[in-house]
Design a protein around this ligand. Sequence first.
Ligand code: ADP
Ligand code: NI
Length: 223
Amino acid sequence: MTNEEITQNYGEIIEKTVGFVKDKLKEAEGGHDWYHIQRVWNNALHIADIEGTGNRLVIELAALLHDIADAKFHNGDESIGPKLAGDHMKSLALPEVIMDKVIFIIENISFRKHHQNNTANSVELQIVQDADRLDALGAIGIARAFNYGGFKNRPLYEPQELKETAMPSLITSSNHTIGHFYEKLLLLKGLMNTPTGKQMAEERHSYMVTFLNEFYKEWEGKK
Ligand code: ADP
Ligand code: NI
C-alpha cells in the first residue's frame, strides 16, 4: 500500500483493526478487555493531538493492537501478541515501515521494560505507553487493580506485610492488591514520557493517594 492508498483507505484500516481486536478480546478479563483498548486509543489520540507529533496511523494501530495477547494470560509467552498483530497488518497489506514501528511498540510498551530506555527513538511508543499507563491510574486504575486481584483470587490487603516493611515502596512482590499500588501504580507518574501525559497523570495520581488514605482509615475503623 502506498501513502496515498493509506490515506484513501484510512477509515477501513482502522475499522478492520477494531473488529479484529474486539474478536481477540471476547473472553478477556475486565481490566484488559475491549473497553481498556478503547480508553487507551482515546488517550493516545488526545496526547498526540496536544503534543502535535508522531505518525497517527502508527499510534492508532499500536494502541488498538497492544494487548491482543498479553503474556500474563499466555503462560508468559511474549511472542504471540506481536505475531498476531503482524499477521493482521500483513492481511491489510500495510507498508513494512508502518508494521515494524507498530510491532516495536507492542514489544516495548510494558512496564516491566521501563529500565531499558527503549522509548528514546520512538515518539509513537512514548505516546502509546503514556496512554496505556494513564489507564492504570486514577479511578479506572483502582477498579482495574481490584478486578485483576479478584481474577487472581488475591486478598485486598495484608496489613502485616506493610507493617513489617519500614518502607512500603520497597516491597517488591506482594500478594495483595494494595501492595500493587506501591510496586507499580504510584511509580507511574514519575515514568511518564510526554508533557501531556505527565500532566494527565498528576490528577489521577492524587486521586489514588486520597483513595489509599481513605482505605487505611476505614480499615482501621476510624470515624
Ligand atoms: P502493562 O499494560 O503495563 O503490561 P499490566 O498488563 O501489568 O500493565 O497491567 C494491566 C492492569 O492490570 C493494570 O491496571 C494493573 O494495575 C493491573 N495489574 C497488573 N498486575 C496486578 C497485580 N499484581 N495486582 C493488581 N492489579 C494488577
Ligand atoms: Ni494495556
